[in-house]
Design a protein around this ligand. Structure first.
Ligand code: GLN
Length: 399
């Protein structure tokens, strides 16, 4: 292979995507969706819904396009969406934001995460603490930014971090603690004492807390609690979310960062040279979604809870042990009783064996820690009920 200098290698290596021959592999989600398309298997791998979201939101985007909202929006986002995000944070969490200063619209949570970490990280001495298993872009972006990834393990079956592990991971080199709650891939919602300890440690070591709350409305046991609402947290917390999961518009890529104006401005400084702006016609549509009534928000959590229960029961009936998630699209199951010893091999064989695609948990872990997740598999519940039922019966038949 030709030698190509640059940060690509560090980034791909950070995400574990460089093959033995130096080639770059696609992300696990792209790979598994391609496998589903190739084999005709049911795709419970990549987390995207197979139904459209609220018609008001879809209609608002059509309207915007029809009315010429097709050119660059302002760099921070359209004022109406900045206001809608601020109203949302007040309505659900009691946070008072200045829409003109404390909110920034991004190209999905993915760009928000990248711009935030690139903005905050100063060099190779900086450490970013993440909870492992972690969403794949975290390690890639930390590597791109040239910092060191420090992981805190989440362990089967409840996936709550051990507080001593957490205390050991955070130190004076910690630039940021990156918290994904509700958590992908495990579906865990962090306990109050975990959230409190994160804030205490960030204060003690003068670290920034970055939260990824894209599943904030997909929680099954009660209201979501953003870390930014905890005493002492606001001044050092950047909160990230997006409209993809809440409104079933994962392809629109409208996300946002909220927090104290100086931190948000630092993110803006980087973001404006990544995408500059995106999704002019989708921004008013997401603003419409954020203003939908409480009934909508209750309904999406209720519907996903029903799907979680259906998927969990199907997996148990098919011989898996199941960790019941408290939020997110995902359920983690242990395939040990089905003979799995290597989750990655198990998932590559599953389409042939059962006509179902899932994601190995090892894809969310650093190489040194993969043994711990070697029999664990992530299934997505964000599919139509009949699709989940069909997947359950295929898995049961394949035992
Ligand atoms: N967030 C989705 C998942 O975890 C996939 C997003 C992606 O393909 N990058 O499955």
């Amino acid at each position: 292979m030709r030698h190509i200098p640059g940060a690509w290698h560090r980034t791909a290596a950070g995400a574990g995507l460089v093959g033995a021959d130096g080639s770059i592999r696609p992300t696990i989600f792209a790979e598994m969706s391609a496998l589903a398309a190739e084999t005709g298997a049911i795709n419970l791998g990549q987390g995207f819904p197979d139904e459209d979201g609220p018609v008001e939101v879809l209609e608002a985007a059509r309207e915007a396009i029809a009315h010429g909202v097709n050119q660059y929006p302002p760099g921070r986002g359209i004022p109406d969406l900045l206001s809608a995000v601020a109203e949302h944070q007040e309505r659900f969490y009691g946070l008072h934001l200045d829409p003109a200063r404390d909110v920034l619209v991004t190209a999905g949570a993915t760009e928000a995460l990248a711009a935030t970490l690139l903005a905050l990280i100063d060099g190779s001495d900086d450490e970013v603490v993440v909870f492992e298993p972690y969403y794949d872009s975290y390690a890639a972006v930390v590597a791109l930014a040239g910092a060191r990834l420090v992981t805190v393990p989440l362990r089967w079956p409840d996936f709550q971090p051990d507080l001593d592990d957490l205390r050991r991971a955070v130190g004076d080199r910690t630039r940021a603690i990156l918290v994904n709650d509700p958590h992908n891939p495990t579906g865990a919602v962090f306990a109050a004492e975990v959230r409190d300890e994160i804030v205490r440690l960030a204060e003690r070591h003068d670290a920034i807390i970055v939260t990824d709350e894209v599943y904030e409305h997909l929680v099954f046991d009660g209201p979501h609690v953003p870390i930014a609402t905890l005493p002492g947290a606001w001044d050092r917390t950047l909160t990230i979310s997006s409209g993809g999961k809440t409104f079933s518009t994962t392809g629109w890529k409208i996300g946002w960062v909220t927090g104290p104006a100086d931190l948000v401005s630092a993110v803006l400084a980087v973001k404006q040279f990544l995408t500059y702006v995106n999704g002019s016609a989708f921004q008013p549509a997401i603003a419409t979604g954020l203003r939908l009534g409480d009934g909508f928000y209750r309904r999406i959590a209720d519907e996903l809870r029903t799907k979680r229960d259906l998927l969990g029961a199907g997996l148990r009936a098919a011989g898996f042990e199941v960790s019941t998630p408290a939020g997110s699209y995902f359920t983690v199951a242990d395939a040990r009783r089905l003979g799995a010893t290597d989750a990655s091999a198990f998932c590559r064989e599953l389409p042939e064996r059962a006509g179902v695609v899932a994601i190995p948990l090892t894809a969310f872990a650093t190489p040194g820690r993969r043994a711990e997740y070697a029999t664990l598999v992530r299934f997505a519940a964000c599919k139509r009920v009949e699709v989940l039922e069909e997947a359950a019966s295929r898995l049961a038949a394949a035992q």
